[in-house]
Design a binder for this molecule. Structure first.
Ligand code: FDA
Length: 460
């Protein structure tokens, strides 16, 4: 088979937000770039799809006010945002199934539990303020905090089960999408620090503030458009070759039909996929080890579209939480200017495993039943129903993103962003601010481009 041969300054593997940001920064600085993307589309975990006539955000969608790298990119691309619907009352479901309406952030729980929740939020805010999201391993107690699971840590603070479940949910089910026993207290603090504070995570109106008119996939689509035919789809990179004894030889990225010869390569793919590529010579032992300590979380994003946003007529905002429900959180996700109403719910980690053991029909029935506990029986009959199933996506393998196992962050975190010779790394899953979010992907894309531009060798 004859391989197409391309020469360029920098080859980027992966056309997600991180890779496309890096490619644009390098191109703007006068470097030539080629982006190799495995899928038949750009965007990676950003994917705005049409499902049975409904526009759905199959992947990431929300923008929060502190995410300035994303907000700047939206402005550069001329994209408009709109606010999530939030008028009216929120719903909380208690352990006994009682449906309670509330306003504000603190759930309607017994006074003692409320006191425990407020105390935990204060405690976490104080700890988070001590954490540098770009270097959580530098905290004086990093090792100790990385050796205790978030579940155990919560147990050292309170014996109030409902308080532990609620506080746990904000980091576990809602963010890392792993159970609280599966990640450390340090990993939890990084998640909160990356969003500015723990209080910000609790505030749905902050974290899930705005959406992009026409969908967030327009960010990667717009970034890719600026690169023109430098973006090559359907090109999974299989191999990366370089000569450690002569860096001037550069690096070669090989797909099934293209060989790209470049000075540098950026791996802009989730870290769990690094081992899908063969390296000649192999990556160093440090990378071999550290890459095994990251794994993807797992969540089903459920979309249910109705003829009208019927919950609004009941005075409901659509915002709903319960640590006792299959869908632990749900929101009004109606598209800008749409007359139909859309609800979005989330089924996380072990709950997701549980419903994937069922038939599609049974799974749908169980999930809609959970939504009906929040919104009433009308929720049982959507006109469009869809489950985002990122666990089945070969080039992602989970959602939302990757995090370290117990002890992994303090032990390996500092090396995650370090380049190996001409091989550089960028992804939302290694970000500080904006960690696991599009904002973090853009930050890491910018950072890796700067790293490369700052190196003398490229200028030669
Ligand atoms: P990303 O995974 O997007 O891109 C990597 C690219 O590399 C992919 O296109 C992949 O196909 C490609 N690739 C992999 N291996 C390859 C190979 N060997 N060769 C070539 N190409 C290869 N964020 C947010 O800010 N707000 C939100 O509301 C949400 N919500 C949300 C919901 C869901 C369901 C998901 C899955 C994710 C979110 N997120 C989110 C997270 C957000 O989508 C995510 O952090 C970024 O889009 C990740 O961008 P990256 O470019 O880092 O990786």
């Amino acid at each position: 088979k004859i391989m197409e041969r391309i020469e360029t300054d920098v080859v980027i593997v992966g056309a997600g937000a991180a890779g496309l940001t890096a490619a644009n920064k390098l191109k703007d600085a006068g470097e030539s770039v080629v982006v190799l993307e495995a899928r038949d589309r750009v965007g990676g975990r950003l994917w705005t799809g049409d499902v049975d006539g409904a526009m759905l955000e199959i992947g990431g969608q929300w923008v929060s006010p502190d995410q300035d790298a994303l907000i700047e990119t939206l402005a550069e691309l001329g994209l408009e945002t709109y606010t999530r619907y939030r008028e009216g009352k929120n719903v909380y479901i208690a352990e006994d199934g009682e449906r309670r309406l509330f306003e504000g952030e603190i759930f309607p729980v017994p006074a003692k539990t409320e006191g425990e929740i407020v105390g935990l939020i204060e405690k976490l805010d104080a700890l988070v303020a001590e954490i540098d999201p770009d270097a959580p391993w530098e905290h004086p107690r990093a090792k100790e905090l990385d050796e205790i699971s978030f579940a155990e840590w919560l147990g050292t603070q309170t014996d109030d089960e409902e308080a532990k479940l609620n506080i746990g949910m904000f980091i576990a089910g809602a963010m890392l999408t792993k159970p609280t026993h599966a990640f450390s207290a340090l990993q939890a603090l990084l998640m909160a620090a990356s969003a500015g504070s723990f209080s910000n995570l609790v505030d749905a109106d902050f974290i899930l503030d705005a959406r992009v008119v026409g969908g967030l996939q327009q960010v990667p689509l717009g970034l890719a458009a600026k690169l023109g035919d430098a973006v090559r789809l359907n090109q999974p990179v299989r191999k990366i070759r370089w000569n450690p004894d002569d860096l001037a030889e550069g690096v070669v990225a090989v797909t099934d039909s293209i060989e790209v010869h470049a000075k540098r390569v950026i791996l802009a793919v989730p870290p769990i996929l690094y081992s899908r590529i063969s390296y000649e010579p192999p990556l160093p032992r440090r990378q071999h080890q550290l890459h095994q300590h990251l794994s993807m979380g797992f969540v089903i994003k459920v979309h249910a579209v109705y003829e009208t946003p019927f919950w609004r007529e009941q005075g409901l905002s659509g915002t709903a939480f319960s640590p006792y429900e299959l869908s632990h959180e749900a929101y009004d996700n109606t598209n800008h200017g749409d007359t139909r109403g859309t609800l979005v719910g989330f089924v996380s980690d072990e709950e997701a495993d549980g419903v994937f053991a069922l038939s599609a029909e049974e799974r749908k029935a169980k999930i809609l039943e959970s939504l009906s506990h929040y919104y009433g029986p009308e929720a049982l009959d959507p006109v469009v129903y869809y489950e985002s199933d990122w666990g089945s996506e070969e080039w992602t393998r989970g959602a939302y993103a990757a995090s370290f196992d117990m002890g992994g962050l303090a032990r390996y975190g500092a090396d995650l962003r370090k380049n190996v010779g001409p091989i550089h790394f960028a992804c939302s899953d290694m970000a500080g601010k904006g960690y696991q979010h599009v904002d973090g992907a853009i930050r890491m894309g910018r950072l890796v481009a700067e790293q490369i531009l700052n190196e003398q060798s490229l200028a030669s």
